[in-house]
Design a protein around this ligand. Sequence first.
Ligand SMILES: [Zn+2]
Length: 343
Amino acid sequence: MKALVLKGPGMPFELAEVPDPAPARGEAVARVLACGAGLTLQHVKAGRIAAPFPRIIGHEITGEIVAVGAGVDSLRIGEAVTAYYYLNCGHCRWCLAGLEPLCENTGGNVGINCDGGYAQYIKLPAHIFIKLPPGLDYKAHPAEIGVVTDALATPYKVLRRARIRPGETVAVFGAGGGLGIHQVMMAKWAGATVIAIDTAPGKLDACRKAGADHVMAASGNEATQALLDLTNGQGVDVAVDYVSATVTLEAGAKALGRRGRLVTLGGAGKPFQVSSLDLLLKEQDLLGSRYVTRAEILETLDLVARKEVWPIVSEIVRLEGAEALHERLERGEVTGRAAILID
Ligand SMILES: [Zn+2]
């Protein structure tokens, strides 16, 4: 099969002919129709996220099952699938509770700890594949359907994690990024008033188109003040931080109102300070949100099937165009998601 192979961190893709994967017991193989391309993948390619090499990256796939190994009765040849991003075990207490991102025995990530979707075929443990629900025209829109599993489902999960209700005010930090812009879309779908914040002014138009009621190019104290001004000093109900740097987390926390919730996802795990008195007097919550459960992926796919929301895939290229696409990802020039279409 044709595959984009990375031989080491910081290396260019090598479009190579490699052996077709064959499923062992408990595994299945899918033909890949399309695979999403986002900044996380570029972090792996650039060596900022550690991965064993050589590696085929990519996890936001649309595919069709072409082979199943012994003992697999959950998948049939020809079924349309996407993939769960985490190699969760499926049997620990967290997996059994439907909280798969917290799996105690995680094997890492698709496209990092095993080969992923920048190839004609992908082999995974059978339970990592998620069957596409009916009503999705995945053959017409393989790129859009593929990115749902992360770019759209991760923000959908935040709606629940942060208990976002209609009429609330939600600030999204890093709103111009691939997940941030879909958070704007999902928060708007949930009936919130959405404020998109990004330091790149060039991304703010796209945020408006995705549903933002207000946009601002700001960070730090400036962002806090602008959020307080926009809410007549009341503060926002929810701040979702896809940058999660010390400065944005502290700006988001200070902009929270009574019963405000701050959600961190992404970032480099840096510490930040909050006022414990504000937490107490205003009954505020600090929350982490990690990827999404399988059930929530199915729910998000259903929303897409009903056309209530539709993922933003602004660039679609073939395998040969992946290197140039990743250079644009590195420079922050891609709006929403990009995807690779694979014949
Ligand atoms: Zn588990």
